[in-house]
Design a protein around this ligand. Structure first.
Ligand code: ATR
Length: 276
């Protein structure tokens, strides 16, 4: 029997990564023979680790913190969406060399529009945060045709810079956190505040009866931001577990040429996380 094609996620830390489990289930459910592991790659070791992985028959990688910029630099060819995001979360060994892609934004859009049934066209969107995560999802959000995207960030200069970078893609502007003062249709938290259980210092007026709140972060229960949004009357809330599964599905499709059943895997993952 042929050896399975090898894939992995590179990150640091990476022990908590759910990607091996997600891709193992995708492979089972689609009948693909692959091996997928999590590899801890300390900062500065990315190039050597990549070389070693490819030299031993590796076919593709997911890339997570802190290596998305190193992966961007290492790719021979970039997809337009990776170019635009300025970061790579998926590498695929192809005939023309190492292809760098970014499936994060597509994963978010698929979760919002397909899984959660949220309309984006013509809507007023507030994107909270202006770091790598916000930059990765801004292009796809603008492509969905919203009425406007306002970026609010603790450091207002970064919000303005990010808005300027994407100015030709749609109606986007940047302000300080307190500069967002009225209710939005959709609020996307792309800060890393949830990872330390914090909530960005936002005005509660950003939430109205029609406001849906989404956090790119996820955990066993609702994040601090989602609890805050719920307490202030948001119409609905969702964490980023769906985005995680959907971005993985986009990577799997790039590598294997077929789309895995994400709803089933998301359900299984959610059940496993709720278990004590
Ligand atoms: P990532 O790749 O996760 O986006 P990053 O590039 O370091 O990480 O960006 C982190 C983002 O979370 C930034 O927008 C940061 O705000 P600043 O630019 O002002 O630093 C934001 N952030 C982190 N902790 C926060 C907190 N407690 N309140 C508000 N914003 C926070």
């Amino acid at each position: 029997m042929a050896a399975p094609d090898r894939y992995a996620v590179f990150g640091h830390p990476v022990g908590h990564s759910r990607s091996p489990r997600i891709h193992a289930r995708f492979a089972e459910l689609t009948g693909q023979l692959i091996a997928y592991e999590a590899i801890d790659v300390p900062p500065g070791d990315f190039e050597a680790a990549l070389e070693g992985f490819l030299a031993t028959g590796g076919k593709g990688l997911n890339i997570t913190v802190p290596h998305k910029l190193a992966a961007f630099d290492a790719a021979d060819v970039l997809t337009p969406r990776a170019q635009h995001a300025g970061a790579v979360n998926t590498l695929a060994l192809q005939a023309q060399g190492l292809l760098g892609d970014n499936t994060d934004g597509a994963g978010l859009l698929r979760d919002l529009q397909h899984n959660l049934g949220i309309e984006l066209a013509g809507q007023r969107i507030l994107l909270v945060g202006a770091g790598g995560a916000a930059r990765g999802v801004l292009g796809p959000l603008l492509d969905a045709g919203p009425a406007s995207v306002l970026i609010a960030n603790r450091s207002p200069g970064r919000a303005a810079e990010l808005a300027a970078r994407f100015a030709s893609d749609g109606p986007v502007s940047g302000v300080a956190l307190e500069g967002a003062r009225d209710a939005f249709d959709l609020v996307v938290n792309a800060t890393s505040a949830s990872l330390s259980g914090e909530v960005p210092a936002l005005n509660t007026r950003i939430i109205g009866a029609h406001t849906f709140c989404y956090d790119l972060a996820y955990g066993a229960g609702p994040t601090a931001f989602l609890r805050w949004a719920d307490a202030h009357g948001a119409k609905g809330v969702a964490d980023g577990l769906g985005m995680l599964v959907e971005q993985a599905a986009e990577s799997f499709e790039l590598w294997r040429g077929m789309r895995p059943p994400t709803a089933q895997v998301l359900g299984e993952l959610r059940d496993a996380m709720m278990r004590p």
